[in-house]
Design a protein around this ligand. Structure first.
Ligand code: CA
Length: 230
């Protein structure tokens, strides 16, 4: 059973989320401020934490840093529209994903399922990632599409490797630029547009309407393997 820690100070939203998650078989711990969230995580480490960034006592980003100390749980951030700098700070602090308020329950549940899949993939080692159109062998550094090996440049491969190793997870532009090009390139977002277009041409059935390599405008990129959700 997946244990979910909900951290949200709006009591009606907190109750609504709790009822919905419990109805779907999740074990739920609820906290209405940062201090109780950290205490709850310390005594009952969750598999997934859902954290509102605007809390009355501790800054949401500090809550994320604190939760990270208790293990490898998935952390999904809830934030208001227009809070891009806060979202990026939260992702840099170790959050895995975010949902923008107001959101539908269906969207949050999909994000939780993606977080659970990532946890499973981590346990399994995740050396080969299969999609309906191509297969990525992370250990052999090889991609096969329609029986043929796809040739990627080292830079293209590095980007694919980071995204595919984090299925369903938003990877920020800054993280990709930092990891692939280096610390002085974190503002060169045009590099990413160019390389992601090349990657889509090589791997996507319809490069202009991607089904695997998604753009989160202004934020980063996300890989989805396209396998149906359980
Ligand atoms: Ca709030």
């Amino acid at each position: 059973m997946t244990r979910v820690l909900l951290v949200e100070d709006e009591s009606r939203l907190l109750q609504g989320l709790r009822v919905n998650l419990e109805a779907r078989g999740y074990q739920v711990d609820a906290a209405s401020d940062g201090a109780s969230a950290l205490a709850s995580a310390a005594s009952r480490p969750p598999d997934v934490a859902i954290v509102d960034l605007g809390l009355p006592d501790i800054d949401g980003v500090d809550v994320i840093l604190g939760l990270r100390a208790w293990g490898s749980m998935s952390i999904i951030v809830l934030s208001a529209r227009g809070d891009e700098p806060d979202k990026i700070a939260a992702l840099d602090a170790g959050a895995d994903d975010f949902v923008t308020k107001p959101f539908g329950m269906g969207e949050l549940l999909a994000r939780i399922r993606a977080a659970e899949r990532r946890a499973d993939a981590t346990v399994a080692g995740g050396a080969v990632v299969e999609t309906p159109d191509f297969e990525v062998d992370l250990a052999a550094k090889r991609i096969v599409r329609g029986g043929e090996v796809v040739h990627l440049t080292p830079t293209e491969w590095h980007l694919v490797e980071i995204l595919v190793s984090n299925p369903g997870k938003l990877v920020t532009q800054q993280q990709l630029l930092h990891d692939v090009w280096g610390p002085r390139y974190e503002d060169e977002t045009n590099y990413l547009r160019v390389y992601m277009a090349q990657i889509r041409r090589k791997l996507e059935p319809e490069p202009t309407t991607p089904r695997y390599f998604f753009t989160e405008p202004g934020m980063g990129y996300r890989f989805e393997s396209g396998t149906p959700e359980a």
